[in-house]
Ligand binder design. Structure first.
Ligand code: ATP
Ligand code: MG
Ligand code: MG
Ligand code: MG
Length: 437
């Protein structure tokens, strides 16, 4: 991608109403533009990162056995009347009326709709277990939309819904999502800690939030420090028996403010391991049994031929919120530092003198070779001054910066900089390409 033909509207300064660093940097890096309170246009650079995060979430859901579908954003109010949530949900729900005076809503979550799909097609326990997920825009008319994509009104969520014949099987489904979430966040370079959580308006009796520790987080959390450094379970696990993965983590204390029990925290956690911190909720999983299947009559024939209400769980990831969380965890004075797995581009090639044919040719050769090896390349072929080019490259946080100019070329070398460490190497192009990998 040539920067001269791209759309990267960077800002010298962040608007003063952006209070936290991730919001400031997303605006400055030309990733998003606010269209209304809590409603954003995703500009090309922001969209690239959003897509990469979405893809990691999708791959880990599929690995855990979940099946993707896509439900609409608009839902009928009558469906929500079946569960009793239409009136209960309150002002966070955006209610809409169509030309026929039919009551609709912009979905804040999809328990009712997925239960309706399930009951329409699944009639036997033999079709279970089943886990259906989608990655779709949600709308919640938040009282205080703020912090950019962190608390939007329109936001992208991955939500999965599991259906099982009984509680024992539903708990296995819960554990699969529990493990999948640990792997998902780790792939993005995040340390997300599962914490016992309140079930809120979704309801139910077993629930964990996945929390990324950050001073700007909106939740107060309490946990055993050892959980923060615990490695994810990885892919080499038995997806039908993840009880030990669950037990190992839930044996250590971790709770959000609503569930916190100071006495239990002090009794069960040595003082040097007690951590009281702020955190960002990036995921939330629930087991809620027959809360929706009972009123909505989602039943299957069991092995004995009798109809049984299915046991359900739901599992959310804040896909768009994750951009904010990753930036909060990974930035410096110069700008964003994207972990490789979610970076919008792998490499930026910086041309220091676009008026020089030799430099242009060397840059184009570098871009072609990088692209041939599968890299996403941003080629800064603009006529901006070198200082401005370096500042932009740092700001947008691309993991590798490959700088080519007339002086280096005369000596047969280029400069390679790793954004995360600032480490620079002056080496021949071939060697730089090898280092990038
Ligand atoms: P919060 O406590 O931040 O309001 P929630 O508990 O209401 O979130 P859930 O219903 O658990 O949210 O939704 C699943 C996930 O969706 C959350 O863990 C979070 O990552 C994301 N999410 C929820 N609300 C928003 C929002 N307004 N903007 C961006 N992401 C959100
Ligand atoms: Mg909320
Ligand atoms: Mg919450
Ligand atoms: Mg939640």
């Amino acid at each position: 991608m040539r920067l001269s033909r791209y759309f990267l509207p960077t800002l010298k300064e962040a608007p003063s109403d952006a209070q936290i660093v991730s919001h400031q940097l997303m605006l400055r890096a030309g990733m998003i533009k606010q269209e209304a309170a809590g409603i954003y246009a995703w500009l090309p650079l922001g969209l690239r990162v959003l897509n990469r995060i979405e893809q990691i979430v999708r791959e880990e859901q599929e690995r855990a056995g979940a099946v993707e579908l896509l439900m609409p954003t608009l839902q009928l109010a009558d469906l929500w009347r079946e569960s009793g949530r239409y009136d209960a949900y309150g002002p966070e729900m955006l209610r809409i009326t169509d030309r026929h005076e039919r009551e609709l809503l912009y979905g804040p979550t999809n328990e009712e709709m997925v239960t309706d799909i399930f009951r329409g097609f699944v009639k036997s326990y033999k079709q279970l277990p089943l886990n259906l997920f989608h990655i779709q825009w949600k709308f919640r008319d938040e009282r205080r939309p703020r912090f950019g994509v962190m608390r939007g009104r329109e936001f992208l969520m991955k939500d999965a819904y599991s259906f099982d014949i009984d509680e024992a099987s539903a708990r296995k489904a819960y554990n699969r999502m529990f493990a999948a979430y640990l792997n998902t966040f780790a792939r993005m370079g995040l340390k997300a800690v599962p914490m016992r959580a309140d079930t809120g308006p979704i309801g139910g009796d077993l629930s964990h939030e996945f929390i990324v520790l950050a001073d700007t987080g909106e939740s107060q959390v309490f946990c055993d420090k050892r959980l923060v450094e615990m490695a994810p379970p990885g892919n080499d696990v038995d997806w039908n028996d993840l009880q030990s993965v669950f037990d190992e983590r839930t044996a250590l204390y971790a709770a959000t403010e609503e569930m916190h029990d100071a006495g239990a925290f002090e009794a069960g956690t040595p003082e040097e391991n007690r951590l009281t911190a702020r955190g960002i909720e990036v995921g939330h999983i629930f087991y809620f049994g027959t809360k929706y299947s009972a009123p909505m009559k989602a039943k299957v024939a069991g092995p004995d031929g009798k109809d049984t209400e299915v046991h359900m769980g739901s599992y959310g990831v804040g896909v768009s919120r994750l951009l904010g969380a990753i930036i909060e965890a990974s930035h410096d004075e110069g700008g964003i530092i994207w972990p490789d797995a979610v970076a919008p581009f792998d490499v930026v090639v910086i041309n220091l003198r676009v008026s020089d044919e030799g430099v242009n040719a060397a840059c184009e050769e570098a871009v072609a070779k990088l692209e041939a090896s599968g890299k996403d390349v941003l080629y800064d072929d603009t006529d901006e001054r070198p200082g401005g080019k370096f500042a932009t490259a740092d700001l947008i946080g691309v993991p590798w910066q490959l700088t080519i100019g007339p002086k280096g070329l005369a000596d047969g070398v280029v400069e390679l900089k790793r954004r995360a460490t600032g480490e620079k190497q002056t080496v021949p192009l071939a060697q730089a390409l090898e280092i990038i990998g």
